[in-house]
Design a binder for this molecule. Sequence first.
Ligand SMILES: *Cc1c(COP(=O)(O)O)cnc(C)c1O
Length: 430
Amino acid sequence: MNEQQEKQKVWEQLEKLAEDAEQRAADSFRKAERIAERNQWKVIKAFQRHKVSDFHFTGSTGYGYNDRGREILDLVFADVMGAESAIVRPHFVSGTHTINCALFGVLRPGDELLYVTGKPYDTLHKVIGKPGDGKGSLQDWGVKYAEVPLLSDGGLDWEGIEKAISSQTKVIGIQRSRGYDWRASFTVAEIEAAVQRVKALKPDVLVFVDNCYGEFTELLEPTQAGVDIMAGSLIKNPGGGLAETGGYIAGTAAAVQAAAYRLTAPGIGGEVGAMLGTLRAMFQGLFLAPHLVGQAIKGSVLAAALFEEIGFETKPRWDEPRTDLIQAVRFGQAEHLIAFVQGIQQAAAVDSHVVPEPWDMPGYENAVIMAAGTFIQGGSLELSADAPIREPYIAYMQGGLTYAHAKYGILTALYRLVDSGLIVTKPYIT
Ligand SMILES: *Cc1c(COP(=O)(O)O)cnc(C)c1O
């Protein structure tokens, strides 16, 4: 065999390995498909109730007064999320900005924000900030902050939470997804139980959920489980790969109003804001989101089944329930992690010729490597992988607008590991 033929043989063996993993995970795949179907119908029903028509896709300019499309989009989103109200805008520049608006909207100096799911996502550390940091962070404005770390088994530390809740506690923060942490994500049922418990301890507390990566992975959303306000990014799940930018906040009318005042200005809120040409993509993206989330989940399940077979630890495991898109694979060594991320990039339709390297990204504490060969810059409902370069070198992959892309991306990453001699696997690679 010449070198080319040998490489081809390895590739075919890896394809076979993936097909075996697909068979093993058939039940998990079916579960993801069932959820996608139900959520697809849920979204269509919401469109129908609000009589979405093609004239709603025409954007406004200037102030954007009486933008019917924008108003209907907010109503449809609220309906889908089972919330009283929602604000969906291209003017939210990122997930972090959206969460920032939600938190600044409902917190006042002297109030306390208590995160009960441990350290929040990296980019939020600077939003929370420090007293006197001069950046206008929450703590700089006099909002107090505390967090209760998760227990070693990943559960909520109720003893710690009970001790931490005080008369000043105004908002309880919950991060649904694992973010860049080796921990479990919180299911909607777990969030519901937590809401009931914190409200029993302090009835006037508001529960905020960072819902990034969670939308449409389950049949219900946190706002259908008693959460007062939640936020997410449109270049993740609910943008359906089509929304070009933006975020959403859903929750009680009062909380969404407060966040809208923060996004624009007090007294203006969501009544103003030209949607320009963004509406069609936002509506159509929402329509597609349940299906695409299902495709991405199947990709994550495959990655877990495959990498577990090869001997890496994964979270969640392939047969565990899922409540977000993220698949963590623990590589233990920086070279493995970097090769994996580079392999994901190599399989992209866009920018496959670019080799990602770790860099110091604004808002993150460690150097970060990201594979984002995406149509939307940083869009992570599209197949992507990222990782802070820190021990124990865990890759977080997510997305895939089509299952086939996720599958071949995972295969390409695996092939890169094998081809560069970083993993010498069992008999199937001879
Ligand atoms: C992505 C993400 C964010 C921040 O979103 P950006 O769009 O990157 O600013 C916040 N929290 C979680 C859990 C996320 O996954």
